[in-house]
Write a protein that binds this ligand. Structure first.
Ligand code: BMA
Length: 912
């Protein structure tokens, strides 16, 4: 098999009149590329992310486009049994021609498309030049027309009709994304020649021989790596005996295990292939099997639980006649088992401590709220009636507490994404102690390198199939299209150790249940058919050992309490969409949160990259265009009014929004980790941005760390000391609430997400604003492996709650491994004293000194967002050092470490 990339000498033509008056003339481009990226590179359109340029860029997508190139077919390729044109990614509605012959059309960006051109080129010479032409049709016109014919309900943040096209939903807009439905050939185009046969498919099964089950997971003495390869014979082949040879190379490259299969010829046991991969249709196929046994295997673990050793697996298809290699399949695999444990777990297992929790004043449960046109089913009181079940990722027999975030596509301009950028992004996740990631269903299936990086960084993937916030009309054509899409993608991805589970869709079940999207009863039934029959069947066939979950959130399907508290996963949006206070998390004891989030603005240094000085007001037209959740600015200002004094500038407002975001999520994560065992996962909405925007992301579009990302690094640490404080914030949130006794107290807790018991000392001190100690104490503790321990109750009811704060630290072997501080009132009412912050720098070490207690101390330069080992931290009077780390800004423009240092804290937010 020979593969030639058709990469260069492409021309792109914008067909017809267009918003930018680009003449209908060919423009040089390469493939992969997209329309926007080509025009931007040639200076033919302005940056669609800048100010309100998005509006014209969207209009451009009413046009059609032509990609064109020429190619020749070499002598060797011509002699092959078959010559194919292979498109790895077409976005999206295309007609494909070779010379004037139409090869076919494509309508799904998530599929690979292949066309047989053997007969087209037959009889020509090697100098014959062929023209390959791809006409791309307007996606926006198409969805509008289709929606007229058959209306489907969908999120109003995106353009109506988006479910009619198999193209990333969020390219049509989302509550964090612009409407920029680019078009193009976003993945490689190849000329492939095949002789005799090729490997249509390779499935790797692992059989783990478990010696012992322990607290840290299975001890495995051997893993049998078994390969099932599907051989696709080229049409007309009647002889040509082949074998497959399996080679498994150890992670250090020192050992190779090799084994051959038996030999078959095309007439033995071959059968017409019934699979629907949609690739060049195999006329006949057989399966070949072989295996090797890896003794003393090095297992693959999620980040924080062990290493990520990867074994190189090579499967060669070899002709027995001349030993020539007809095809090769190579992947790196990890040796691991992965599933989700959903054993029954009655509510009685709830810990005693839950009863002590003080309920909120505002009980906003069981409500459907309408938010900027989007309805959100927040939570379900009926849930209590459902039998409780565990919901925990289990890798190699170890159930671990999932900590991570939801991933959305990294860029509206798809070809801007590359391995290096993804690696930077996911290294930020790994560094903040993430052990999992959810690929949200409103995007697309990512490039192989994305999954390679997840394998390497130990991020276990919750993988949604690409259906989100909409109703989909099931027809025969739709079923066939999505079945091919799903088979192809499972086959491409299933050997990655990081694939943790497959999930039917994002939020369809819960939103159908609350009657949000579906336009007909048929769509209600279609849902069940699609996500609870067709898709799980495909998963069973293609990845039989994988765990399938019908929707996120779900309690197992059938529209039964999909957002139930004590079974399955939840999307909890009471805080944020439901306007509930941060302490509202404490009313809930979910089993697994696959979404909960809080918005913030990116730093001023990032805002400057898409807005002018004149736009620097969150209600300006440009800032509102970069805030896609209609109600969000109001929410930020509402939460801000409950928490901080009125900020003195636009910049301080952006900073406060980040502090709110970090604190909101901290309230949630710390609470859920205190109930490990009941809850087994906190996946934060969201990790990253698709463009520069105000959003729920902890990393901005450029990869800069917001306050939340630093907070995640602390709250996701394997050993965490946290404080469940009680004070005004949960009992008297407004000064004018009727005077009442307010309990001022704290419960400290140590969460241990390691395989060893942890012992040490927790020191606490109640302090004044000048950091002087009012009282102090310490507790010796031992927290069991993969467990936690509550420390004795601390009662501060004899104190002035506006005057004192609690500092706490967990010390192991003389080293403080987890620290924090808490107020007993909102920061706006605390009697802060001027901390007189000073900052200095020596090499990559920054020193900050504070004369008094300072909350949420942040360090940056005027020019850029620095990346430090820690930031946005509370400081008692004294000195603290921080280390400058290499920037993770993918444009390499962001973090000017040499700029003028700037330090601030909550005290400086308002005019003093
Ligand atoms: C969720 C997601 C997204 C959305 C986010 C914020 O429920 O599934 O659709 O962007 O909330 O509203």
């Amino acid at each position: 098999m020979e593969t030639i990339l058709l990469k260069d000498n492409w021309k792109l033509t914008v067909l017809g009149q267009n918003v930018y008056d680009i003449p209908e003339e060919p423009i040089d481009t390469v493939v992969p590329s997209t329309v926007y990226s080509t025009l931007l590179e040639k200076g033919l359109m302005p940056d669609p992310y800048y100010r309100d340029n998005e509006l014209d860029a969207l209009k451009l997508m009413e046009n059609d486009f032509r990609y064109e190139t020429t190619f020749t077919v070499s002598k060797e390729q011509r002699t092959a049994d078959r010559v194919l044109l292979r498109f790895e990614g077409v976005d999206t509605l295309a007609e494909i021609y070779i010379n004037e012959t139409k090869l076919g059309s494509s309508n799904n960006m998530n599929r690979i498309w292949e066309y047989d051109i053997t007969h087209v080129i037959d009889g020509d010479s090697e100098n014959t030049e062929y023209t390959l032409k791809v006409i791309l049709h307007s996606p926006t016109k198409f969805i509008a027309e289709e929606d007229e014919k058959c209306p489907v309900g969908a999120s109003s943040d995106a353009m109506p009709g988006f479910p009619h096209i198999r193209k990333a939903a969020c390219m049509f807009g989302w509550d964090w994304g612009p409407r920029l439905p680019d078009a193009g050939l976003f993945r490689e185009v190849k000329l492939v020649s095949v002789n005799t046969a090729r490997l249509a498919d390779v499935y790797i099964d692992q059989l783990h021989k478990v010696k012992e089950k322990t607290v840290r997971g299975n001890i495995v003495e051997a893993v049998d790596v078994a390969v099932d390869a599907e051989i696709e014979w080229m049409p007309g082949i009647t002889d040509g005996n082949v074998i497959i040879r399996l080679n498994v190379e150890s992670p250090d490259g020192k050992t190779n295990l090799v084994n051959d299969s038996v030999c078959i010829d095309p007439l033995t046991d071959s059968a017409p292939s019934s699979n629907l991969t949609g690739l060049y249709c195999d006329v006949r196929s057989n399966h070949l099997n072989t295996h090797v046994t890896v003794e003393n295997p090095q297992l693959w673990w999620p980040n924080g639980y062990g290493d990520q050793p990867l074994y190189k697996v090579k499967v060669e298809l070899i002709s027995k006649e001349d030993e020539s290699v007809l095809d090769v399949w190579e992947k790196k695999i990890g040796l691991r088992t992965a599933t989700v444990n959903t054993d029954p777990m009655p509510d009685e297992k709830f810990e005693e401590h839950m009863k002590d929790q003080i309920p909120d004043l505002d009980d906003g449960s069981n409500m459907v709220i309408s938010d900027g046109g989007r309805k959100i089913f927040v939570t379900d009181k009926e849930a209590k009636k459902v039998e409780g079940r565990n919901f925990a990722f289990e890798v190699n027999g170890l159930q671990f507490f999932a900590m991570g975030a939801d991933y959305i596509p990294e860029d509206n301009l798809l070809t801007r994404q590359n391995r290096e950028r993804t690696d930077m992004l996911l290294s930020s996740a790994q560094e903040a102690n993430h052990n999992c990631i959810r690929i949200w269903g409103g995007g697309y299936y990512l490039d192989d390198f994305f999954y390679d990086v997840c394998d390497e960084r130990g991020l276990l993937i919750w993988h949604d199939f690409m259906f989100s916030c909409a109703s989909y009309e099931l027809s025969d054509a739709f079923e066939e299209n999505i079945s091919v899409e799903i088979r192809q993608n499972i086959r491409r991805l299933r050997s990655h150790p990081s694939i943790g589970l497959w999930c039917g869709n994002n939020e369809l079940e819960t939103q159908y249940e609350s009657l949000v999207w579906q336009k007909s009863k048929k769509q209600t039934y279609d849902y069940i058919h699609l996500y609870e029959y067709i898709i799980p069947k495909l998963v069973k066939e293609e990845d039989p050992k994988a765990f399938y979950w019908p929707s996120s959130p779900s309690s197992g399907g059938n529209y039964e309490n999909s957002n139930a508290e004590n079974v399955g996963d939840v999307h909890y949006w009471g805080v944020w969409h439901g306007n509930e206070p941060f302490t509202a998390y404490r009313k809930h004891h979910y089993r697994f949160l696959s979404e909960f989030g809080f918005q913030s603005f990116p730093a001023l240094q990032t805002v400057r990259r898409f807005a002018e000085e004149g736009d620097f007001n969150i209600y300006s037209r440009v800032m509102e265009m970069h805030q896609r959740n209609t109600a969000a600015n109001g929410k930020i200002m509402n939460y801000l009014s409950q928490t901080y004094l009125y900020p003195k500038s636009f910049d301080e407002l952006l900073y406060c929004s980040q502090l709110l975001q970090a604190d909101a999520i901290r309230y949630g994560v710390e609470h859920f980790r205190r109930f490990r065992g009941t809850c087994m996962g906190t996946v934060v909405w969201q990790l990253n941005d698709i463009w520069p925007v105000a959003s729920w992301a902890s990393l901005d579009y450029y990869g800069n760390w917001k306050a939340l990302h630093y907070a995640e690094k602390r709250m996701f640490a394997p050993v965490l000391l946290s404080c469940e404080e009680h004070g005004e914030i949960d009992q008297k949130p407004y000064v004018n609430t009727l005077p009442q006794p307010v309990d001022v107290s704290a419960n400290l807790h140590v969460a241990n997400e390691t395989a060893e018991p942890v012992s040490g000392v927790v020191k606490w001190s109640l302090r004044n604003p000048d950091s002087s100690v009012v009282k102090e104490g310490s507790f010796d503790f031992t927290a069991p492996a993969f467990g936690g321990t509550w420390l004795p109750h601390l009662d501060f009811n004899d104190q002035d709650r506006l005057q004192v704060h609690l500092y706490y630290e967990l010390v192991i072997d003389g080293k403080a491994v987890s620290t924090g501080s808490t107020l007993f009132c909102a920061p706006k009412h605390y009697h802060f004293m001027d901390p007189g912050l000073e900052v200095s720098r020596n090499g990559d070490i920054i020193t900050v000194t504070a004369k008094n207690y300072a909350k949420s101390v942040s360090i940056e330069t005027e020019e850029g967002v620095l990346r430090l080992d820690d930031n946005f931290v509370d400081m008692e009077k004294g000195e603290k050092t921080f280390r400058i780390l290499p920037s993770r800004d993918f444009t390499a423009k962001g973090a000017e470490a040499d700029g003028n240092l700037r330090v601030r804290s909550v005290y400086e937010v308002a005019e003093n």
